[in-house]
Design a binder for this molecule. Structure first.
Ligand code: HEC
Length: 163
């Protein structure tokens, strides 16, 4: 039962990420560079996530794309495996991707708190046959968020300068 409901939720998230933006999602692009439209689409259909445990966050938010055992998948996009993935050795890289998104992966900066990102990154670093101990800290998460915001401001400023 637990498995079924998580699967349905994960499938809903993936479907949400595939649909075009709603009006409210479009409005929220104003004044900033849309780094990753997928996040807005995902956010248009869900409140911020409430679960606090890394495993629960992974199952609700990430497993629909990266699969329940982190094995990845090839479908509408290529979802890289997180299992036995040496790029997860340091916490900075996976934390950066969760915050900023990348390609077909939505940015989760608005939908996960600092603590939730620490939890979910720690979870993927320690599961799926991974055994990495260099976990992100809440301070690292807020630094990544600040530099992403500064980048967005710089992009918006450069655009205004060109008009
Ligand atoms: C909508 C599908 C989707 C969801 C949901 C998703 N991802 Fe991803 N993720 C991707 C795709 C696609 C890539 C590859 C992006 C690229 O290389 O362009 C990726 C890449 C990554 C990478 C980099 C892997 C590597 O080898 O470089 C990490 C780490 C990652 N995701 C973690 C997560 C975590 C943690 C979550 C949940 C908080 C999550 N992802 C949710 C689709 C998703």
């Amino acid at each position: 039962m637990r498995y079924l409901s998580q699967t349905v939720l994960a499938a809903t998230l993936v479907a949400a990420a595939a649909f075009p933006a709603t009006v409210s999602a479009q409005e929220s692009y104003e004044g900033g560079a849309p780094r990753n439209p997928g996040a807005e689409e995902l956010g248009a259909t869900t409140d911020t996530f409430l679960m606090e445990d890394g495993e629960a966050i992974y199952n609700a938010v990430c497993s629909g794309c990266h699969q329940p055992q982190g094995q990845g998948a090839v479908g509408a996009a290529t979802y890289p495996p997180l299992a036995l993935n040496p790029r997860l050795q340091g916490g900075q890289y996976p934390a950066w991707i969760v915050i900023n998104g990348m390609g077909a992966m939505p940015a989760f900066d608005k939908w996960l708190s600092d603590g939730q990102i620490v939890e979910v990154v720690t979870y993927i670093q320690q599961n799926f046959a991974n055994d990495f101990v260099d976990h992100p800290t809440a301070e690292m998460i807020s630094d990544i968020r600040e530099s992403a915001a500064a980048d967005a401001r710089a992009t918006a400023g450069a655009r205004e300068g060109n008009e």
